[in-house]
Design a binder for this molecule. Sequence first.
Ligand code: TYD
Ligand code: MG
Length: 508
Amino acid sequence: MSKLRALHRCQTCGATQPRWAGRCPSCGEWGSLREELAPQHGAGAVAGGGALFGAGGTGAAATSALALADVDPDGRPPMPTGLAEVDRVLAGGLLPGSATLLGGEPGTGKSTLLLQVLASMASSGKRCLLVAAEEAAHQVRRRASRLGADVPGVLVVEATDLASVEAALADVVPDVAVVDSVQAIRDAEVASSAGSPAQVRACANGLVALAKGIGTAIVLMGHVTKDGALAGPRALEHLVDTVLSFEGDRYSALRALRSLKHRYGPTGETGLFEMGEAGLSGVADPSNLFLGDRRAGVPGSAVTVPVEGHRPLLVEVQALVGRTTQVPRRYVTGLDAGRVGFLVAVLDRWAGVPVGERDVYVSVAGGARACEPAADLAVCLALASCISEVPVPAGLVAIGEVGLSGEVRRVSAMAERLAEARRLGFSQALVPSQGLPAASAVLGARPATTLGVALALALGGGRRPLPGRAPAGEVHQGRSPATAHGRRDAPPRRPGARLRALPAPAPS
Ligand code: TYD
Ligand code: MG
């Protein structure tokens, strides 16, 4: 048994301090240091996050160094899980000897997902072990039967103490082990109760080091709270190779698996699932899913193409503008709320769309997200369409960042975004005039330098001016130098495409 020493760990950033302090010297958080016991250096402590492969312990005999050029880059290929959306996020699958942390709010479907992963890998001949620390084995079996996942190759062990889990791992030596959950395991050598930061860290340290030693890909499941605190597991992020987050709204069947850290591939990749009667199924065509319930021809709706990970998706931005009773409020779902506030100000100031003094509701339909600036143009378009009661043309997507001066700015991956829009049958794209790929001509790109021009291109050419706003004949074009510049590439006014006069904002 190793000797223990007291240290003080920040519950926010995970940094350790030899002495207690009211404020964490690393992250500046107040009152976040908690005392815990840790193995003393050189006393047989497990080196957390040490060697990626092979024995992770300390005090081992020196191993000989290799020339980097002599190292086989394909030494240990990933093991595909067989679930396409999971493999997309993991860049091919789980690497032997790797450690993965899967976090998510309780009830999102983490246990379901991992059981399906194990069943799929077992049916392709992998040795799979499920450590059931929260549910009894017969409950797991019942769930597996319902999911069609009661594959003979999946072994299950009911255990809540670290020594038993380690013994099972060492006995089975599985290719893949899932611990459901790491917060339900307890190390008898650590005084605090299961789920405390000290316990979670001690258990994860032991399990990760053992799994690396025997070449098992280990997946630790951890519950997080609504505000993102991983109640212990957050401090594990530096211990593991991959951190995944499983997210979903309890009122929607849509679930998203995101990679927040991945040592063996790109991060930020997203896999999408639908939770149904028979568990989780991958969403093969998310754009079709997100646009499935869309009613074209309704004011206040615009389609854009955010990039999730490396995959462009079509989503519908919906906006509603209401009378303000007191201070104007903003209700935002699926978008960056701060950014929507900024766009409201830009619309008001530079495009002559009087939304600033009204209640504004903006959401992305179907539980999807569009948190990148490329969605700016669609947010502005949806708001302008709502307030003018002129629908956005059904076959038009809007892609572009909007700047503080009302300019429309270039965004990355435009060719991929336009290709996805084309695949879904969209024929026009409202886009920045800069940074367009040559192929965009095929789609009917409508480049705009300013927001005012963009709105006029999408919503028509002749809106009656608001009192004290743009002079007669200028559509959605404010008073800025940027707008004046934009006027040069404004489209000719089209008769019959007049926007309705805007009602005056309610007195606040
Ligand atoms: P679970 O995997 O237990 O969530 P977690 O491990 O993240 O706490 O999933 C629980 C929810 O999933 C529960 O509300 C029921 C729902 N569910 C289905 O809708 N269909 C299914 O086939 C299964 C197994 C669960
Ligand atoms: Mg669970």
